[in-house]
Ligand binder design. Structure first.
Ligand code: HPA
Ligand SMILES: [Zn+2]
Length: 333
């Protein structure tokens, strides 16, 4: 068995605000004079016992209130990249939630500048390439998402794609049809969370109405064999997040996780960490967890890594280089 932490991999489903570890949260709270409801690292970590997506989101939005200026977003992103580099990460398509910051008076430019500064530095310092994907909160009005997109001005050129996240049930993809039409017209990549807590209809709607290039989570497609058949035939990437699914009680325990079954069905799945500070580990930890719980083989791990590269928004040249790195890992004994 090979070391899964050295397997070169890409991460396609990573919320940068979900990488905020309690230590940094408390440090930024003190610096910025923000009061958190939980005053110590231990107390904060004790809150990480979630009932469902919505109980997680409450803590996620409350804790990110410590992020106030560009330097905070840069420190957050730099800390994630250092951790992920040690887990074999070679490329990442980073999600961020601008509405959760703009609504607190933090300008979107500060958010984008902070994240991008760290991403650009990591290219040279850690050999990690990246793109930036701006996610809209689906439990807020679509008009607000549209207004934000239209108001970006110069900042539009600093993002590579859009996504859709936050509380899923009751907020179907089709509500955001116009936002996605505009984003596609502007040449942006388009992805959306669908089929995490809500069912196969949301996955279909994301494909048919939003015309997404990838589906984030998507695991509820398994309820619908015809949808699975379509996802296989159209080779739609699904960015699966095993630790997240267990912590948010979408799946009972890791040993019950369907990701290897999905691979066997021919689905184009990758493994991702979603919100690693909250869900018990980073992308390499998710791979290792699947080995411990489900006996993930070297060959399956390699397929998941190849899928992550193939489905990423990296340039074709970068994808070729990363495939060669995976080939080398595969040949090494
Ligand atoms: O897993 C998630 N689902 C929906 N919204 C989110 N925002 C951060 N993580 C998530
Ligand atoms: Zn997510």
């Amino acid at each position: 068995m090979k070391d899964l932490y050295t397997l070169p991999k890409a991460e396609l489903h990573l919320h940068i605000e979900g990488t905020l570890e309690p230590e940094l949260a408390l440090e930024l709270a003190a610096k910025n004079g923000v009061e958190l409801p939980h005053g110590s690292v231990e107390e904060l970590r004790r809150q990480y016992d979630f009932e469902d997506l919505s109980s997680f989101l409450d803590l996620y939005y409350a804790t990110m209130s410590v992020l106030r200026e560009a330097a905070d977003f840069e420190a957050l992103t730099a800390a994630y990249l250092r951790r992920a580099a040690a887990q074999g990460l070679r490329h990442v398509d980073v999600f961020f939630d601008p509405q959760a910051h703009v609504s607190r008076g933090v300008p979107v430019e500060a958010v984008i500048t902070g994240i991008r500064t760290a991403l650009d530095a990591a290219r040279a310092e850690l050999g990690i390439t990246s793109t930036l994907v701006m996610c809209f909160l689906r439990d807020r009005p679509a008009a607000e998402a549209l207004a934000l997109l239209e108001s970006l001005g110069d900042q539009l050129g600093r993002i590579d794609g859009i996504g859709l996240d936050s509380a899923e049930v009751g907020h179907p993809p089709a509500l955001f049809a116009e936002v996605y039409d505009r984003a596609r017209a502007a040449g942006l990549h388009v992805v959306a969370h669908a089929g995490e807590e809500a069912g196969p209809d949301y996955v279909r709607e994301a494909l048919d109405v939003l015309r997404v290039e990838r589906v984030d989570h998507g695991i509820q497609c398994l309820q619908d064999p015809a949808l699975v058949e379509r996802l296989v035939a159209e080779r739609v990437p699904l960015t699966v997040c095993p630790f997240s699914n267990v912590r948010l009680r979408v799946v009972g325990e890791l040993a019950d996780h369907p990701v290897l079954r999905m691979l066997e069905l021919g689905l184009f799945v990758s493994v991702n960490s979603d919100d690693p500070a909250y869900f018990g580990g980073y992308v390499g930890d998710n791979f290792q967890g699947l080995r411990d719980a489900l006996g993930l083989t070297d060959e399956q791990a390699e397929t998941l890594a190849r899928n992550s590269v193939d489905a990423s928004f990296a340039t074709e040249e970068r994808k070729r280089a990363l495939r060669a790195e995976i080939d080398a890992w595969s040949r090494a004994r």
